[in-house]
Write a protein that binds this ligand. Structure first.
Ligand code: HEM
Length: 306
């Protein structure tokens, strides 16, 4: 299996190596939270997430890409990763994005994108010929490009955005297996900045705004589960589900503190509690081994620093 090493090498080649840090989503901040699941979900999943009891969560907001010091006023994709600590030390993890769907349909596409978008030291920009060749080989990337065109993408704080599973997963219990996707919808509302508002912001405003909100009000998200209809794409993260769908309010995540440690966490999205199973989405299945390579490298470097 060469992919996990190749892709982490490609991330390092594109972004440089920031010793002891993640090879992707390098800039981020840890938080502590509580999640109370909705028992109505037990109809679909036996996960302890939906026991109705409060569970502790260690999470992380992040910027996509291996940029250690990207400014918060850059137009960039953001992530929210969650580790739920369930009874008997069972863990459940999610690593979501504030995108409606993913740009590439295969791990090869993700790798090809890293290789094609390396900045030319002369021009400071990727080689347009390489980018064009990449898009010709992975034409699905035009879908996300079109969806984001002209859209304001950056919120005025991490608390004013929705984060999506993007992949489909199966909810399971003794009776059935149900395909679903989910989103964390902010109770404070989604608020995106216009281009002119964004350019006035400083490099740490996403965190500063979140800190301020946390002092003044409840910062929370509702987990909204969307059940698949027959025929919905289950293995292609670039395919949105169109039309009416059954949606279930699956619980509430409430942020409690920004004083948390999450650097020692590998937010592998296949670490799922009993009651969830992965689909055969090839991008989802390729993430776990790649995260492990990144995790191993950063821990080894941290050890060497001491
Ligand atoms: C083949 C496709 C992908 C590859 C190779 C990849 C690779 C990586 C790597 C190497 C890391 C850093 C892991 C660590 O050192 O802890 C990472 C972090 C992350 N990825 Fe991916 N990724 C992929 C697709 C995705 C997708 C589809 C999503 C969302 C649906 C996603 C969301 C995230 C998030 C939120 C983080 C940050 C987690 C944290 O805060 O620690 N990635 N990714």
């Amino acid at each position: 299996q060469q992919f996990p090493v190749d892709v982490v090498n490609a991330l390092e080649n594109k972004f440089g190596v920031h010793k002891g840090q993640r090879r992707n989503h390098t800039k981020g901040l840890c938080f502590a939270a509580e999640f109370t699941g909705n028992k109505a979900m037990q109809q679909y999943s036996e996960s302890q997430l939906f026991s109705g009891n409060k569970v502790n969560v260690i999470g992380r907001f992040s910027h996509a890409g291996g940029y250690a010091a990207i400014s918060d006023n850059a137009v960039n994709t953001h992530g929210m990763a969650l580790r739920f600590i369930l009874p008997h030390s069972e863990l459940h993890q999610m690593a979501m994005l504030n995108l409606p769907f993913f740009d590439v349909a295969t791990p090869q596409g993700f790798l090809a994108k890293q290789l094609a978008t390396v900045k030319d030291p002369q021009t400071g920009k990727p080689d347009p010929a390489k980018v064009a060749a990449f898009k010709a080989q992975y034409p699905e990337v035009k879908k996300l490009e079109a969806a984001l065109k002209g859209q304001d993408r950056v919120p005025d704080g991490y608390e004013h955005d929705a984060y999506n599973s993007i992949h489909a997963f199966y909810l399971t219990n003794n009776q059935q297996q149900t395909a679903a996707r989910w989103s964390f919808i902010p109770d404070l509302g989604i608020k995106k900045l216009s281009h002119s508002e964004l350019t006035k912001k400083d490099s740490e405003f996403l965190t500063a705004h979140l800190k301020q909100s946390l002092k003044q009000r409840k910062v929370s998200w509702h987990m909204q589960v969307t059940l698949a209809n027959p025929g919905d794409a289950l293995t292609d993260p670039t395919e949105q589900w169109a039309g009416l769908h059954q949606q279930i309010d699956a619980g509430t995540l409430t942020l409690t503190s920004l004083n948390a440690e999450c650097e020692s966490i590998n937010y592998d999205p296949l670490l799922l509690s009993k009651g969830f199973l992965p689909t055969q989405d090839p991008v989802l299945l390729a993430r776990s081994p790649a995260y492990a390579v990144s995790f191993g490298r950063r821990l080894t470097e941290t050890a060497q620093h001491k």
